[in-house]
Design a protein around this ligand. Structure first.
Ligand SMILES: [Zn+2]
Length: 263
């Protein structure tokens, strides 16, 4: 059982998703040899030698290999999720669950908090753009009303994200049938939040003007990226992951619409 902990931290082959002992062997600084996967016989993680832009392009192209590299080998998400698969596939006893508890590392927790904050701010910006589109021409506002408007938009974004998280976790619980484990659910949430990186595109709307349809395109891209990330970390069929992500996004969208039209 001593190997279990080490195996839980082991990296993964980006091709097949299986665990590998190591991704590379370093002979001297800058001189490494990439290791091959024992299962698929391909290089376990060729992205180690790639520039960030190559990885980003593959992420934008929704390549599961790039998502595995980012989520498993860079952020080390999924060690507790892996145990779910092991438990499900081998139908071992429930006692195993207690030995499989794995908490988020401080780095993962820091990333999770930063990304949640960024999400809420970007959503608030998106909602304010939609509101301004709805009521354009009303430019003469006092400072007090601007502050009230900002806090209202932030509140709407916060509520939208709470609904999104709740629906996502309910989907994971009842559609993917993951037993409740706070660490496991936090790792899924982290994977979903990281895969929403395309939301950063909204920042460009602060500088340049885009049609309002650009917001819809960004949201559609974030949804599809969330599906890939959920499929990578849970190894469930695409249809299940689409169902969970679509339900969460739809609930968030409807909540925001309802808040927007409520005086
Ligand atoms: Zn492999």
């Amino acid at each position: 059982m001593g190997d279990d902990g080490a195996e839980g931290e082991a990296p993964r082959c980006v091709g097949c998703g299986r665990r590998v002992r190591t991704l590379f062997v370093q002979y001297s600084p800058g001189n490494i040899r990439l290791m091959k996967c024992d299962v698929c016989k391909a290089v376990a993680d060729p992205y180690i030698e790639c520039e960030f832009m190559i990885i980003l392009i593959d992420l934008i192209l929704h390549k599961t290999r790039a998502y595995r590299h980012l989520l498993f080998n860079k952020l080390h998400i999924g060690s507790s999720l892996d145990k779910v698969g092991t438990i499900r596939y081998h139908a071992t006893s429930r006692k195993c669950c207690s030995t499989f508890s794995n908490s988020l590392t401080p780095t993962q927790l820091g990333i999770l908090c930063q990304f949640i904050l960024m999400h809420i701010v970007l959503d608030a910006f998106r909602i304010s753009v939609s509101k301004n589109n709805k009521a354009d021409g009303d430019s003469s506002r006092s400072t007090l009303s601007t502050i009230c408007n900002c806090s209202e938009v932030l509140g709407d974004a916060l509520l939208g994200n709470i609904i999104f998280t709740a629906m996502l976790l309910l989907g994971v619980r009842y559609i993917l049938k993951f037993s409740f484990d706070i660490t496991r659910y936090r790792q899924i949430l982290l994977a979903i939040i990281i895969s929403s990186y395309f939301k950063l595109f909204l920042l460009t709307m602060m500088v340049w003007e885009f049609p309002s349809s650009a917001i819809f395109i960004v949201e559609a891209f974030v949804l599809s990226s969330n599906v890939v990330a959920l499929r990578v970390v849970t190894r469930f069929p695409k249809a299940h992951c689409v169902g969970v992500c679509f339900m969460a996004h739809a609930a968030k969208h409807l909540t925001e619409r309802w808040l927007m039209w409520t005086p």
